[in-house]
Design a protein around this ligand. Structure first.
Ligand code: GTP
Ligand code: MG
Length: 393
């Protein structure tokens, strides 16, 4: 009987036909309107050596000029610089944050180069977690600074990945969606580029580096995402300079021997990157950040704090039970500490008392000797009556 009741509660959903228009089919539109009013935010982290072309690519991607002075090559360490901008296209507002690694790859010892990056990403997760744990939360208008996409700029060596690249990507892959790109791809010959790409991919696989997988579970984007994955890492060229090609102006880099067009798919993968990062998967990148990377951070952090979902017998264990268990544990420890402190205090007082008595006895003995020398017998007798008292106590 119980089984039947359970079944009917969980599965017995009946299909009914509506005999007229109700209106809940407007829910998707309501959602769109709400999101549009609220605006969106998207945060990109650009990891790459100084001068590899990070700022130029960002300017090219978003068709604007973001501020950003070139970095020097003599930074003592790696630091991260974040800048936020408010962009608008049609009626969609986008709060975009671009985070740059300053000084990456410039130090002789590069062992700790990944650390400031990991710390930055974690700090954004932590800020979000703290907001979530507040009693008065305001996640609705919270400026989410968690990194949604990490563009990893690979120098166009045509050779292989540097160990700094592998170490950094390995440290970041569980925290952020990594999209590897070959920067300044116009500096590599076409046949070399093909080999370079497959070398990079095989190195990433053999080192177990997880890069962002373009989603193929949704029908509308499955095909384009599957075809684009083949072209990873995207070999990109950045330029904000407009050159006249035919009768149109196009973004390009001009050389004495010819012109490299940024948006020409025969010249580079810029269009593919823009398609994947902005036009097709921006929402998926935001979602993955929340449901995979942040979730992992949150889980580890809460477990570290002693919270768990089940007790040792695998029975559900609520947050309140954890809190109460922790509170009792804390109170028990506090009582133990208090008792220890009390014992310590009593011992100290006793020690001090003995020390004082010792000192007093010595003073009396000294006084006795002085009185004997000064020949004051009545005092000597008086002192002698005290001495046995001290000797006995
Ligand atoms: P820092 O912020 O100083 O670390 O540099 P960055 O990575 O932002 O590089 P930036 O975009 O300032 O470009 C550095 C130089 O490389 C500039 O002279 C750019 O014109 C040039 N550059 C940028 N993108 C490309 C590219 O795709 N191909 C070539 N050949 N040069 C490029
Ligand atoms: Mg720059």
């Amino acid at each position: 009987f119980l089984f039947c009741v359970f079944q009917s509660q969980s599965e017995d959903l009946r299909n009914l036909n509506l005999s007229g228009h109700v209106g809940f089919d407007s829910l998707p539109d309501q959602l769109v309107n709400k999101s549009t009013t609220q605006g969106f935010c998207f945060n990109i982290l650009c990891v790459g050596e100084t001068g590899v072309g990070k700022s130029t690519l960002m300017d090219t991607l978003f068709n604007t000029k973001f501020e950003g002075d070139p970095a020097t090559h003599n930074e003592p360490g790696v630091r991260l610089k974040a800048r936020s901008y408010e962009l608008q296209e049609s009626n969609v507002r986008l709060k975009l944050t671009i985070v740059d690694t300053v000084g990456f790859g410039d130090q002789i010892n590069k062992d700790d180069s990944y650390k400031p990056i990991v710390e930055y990403i974690d700090a954004q997760f932590e800020a979000y977690l703290q907001e979530e744990l507040k009693i008065k939360r305001s996640l609705f208008n919270y400026h989410d600074t968690r990194i949604h996409a990490c563009l990893y700029f690979i120098a166009p060596t045509g050779h292989s990945l540097k160990s700094l690249d592998l170490v950094t990507m390995k440290k970041l892959d569980s925290k952020v969606n990594i999209i590897p790109i070959i920067a300044k791809a116009d500096t590599i010959a076409k046949n070399e580029l093909h080999k370079f790409k497959s070398k990079i991919m095989s190195e990433l696989v053999s080192n177990g580096v997880q890069i962002y997988q373009f989603p193929t579970d949704e029908e509308t984007v499955a095909e384009i995402n599957a075809t684009m994955s083949v072209h990873l890492p995207f070999a990109v060229v950045g330029s904000t300079e407009e050159v006249k090609i035919g009768n149109k102006m196009a973004k390009a880099r001009q050389y004495p021997w010819g012109i490299v067009q940024v948006e020409n798919e025969n010249h580079c993968d810029f269009v593919k990157l823009r398609e994947m990062l902005i036009r097709v998967n921006m929402e998926d990148l935001r979602e993955q950040t929340h449901s995979r990377h942040y979730e992992l951070y949150r889980r580890c952090k809460l477990e570290e704090m002693g919270f768990k979902d089940t007790d040792p017998d695998s029975k559900p264990f609520s947050l309140q039970e954890t809190y109460e268990a922790k509170r009792n544990e804390f109170l028990g420890e506090l009582q133990k500490k208090e008792e220890e402190m009390r014992q310590m205090f009593v011992m100290r007082v006793k020690e001090k008392e003995t020390e004082l008595k010792e000192a007093e006895k010595e003073a009396l003995l000294k006084l006795g000797h002085v009185m004997e020398e000064q020949n004051v017998p009545q005092f000597v007798d008086l002192i002698k009556t005290f001495i046995p008292f001290y000797l006995s106590s």
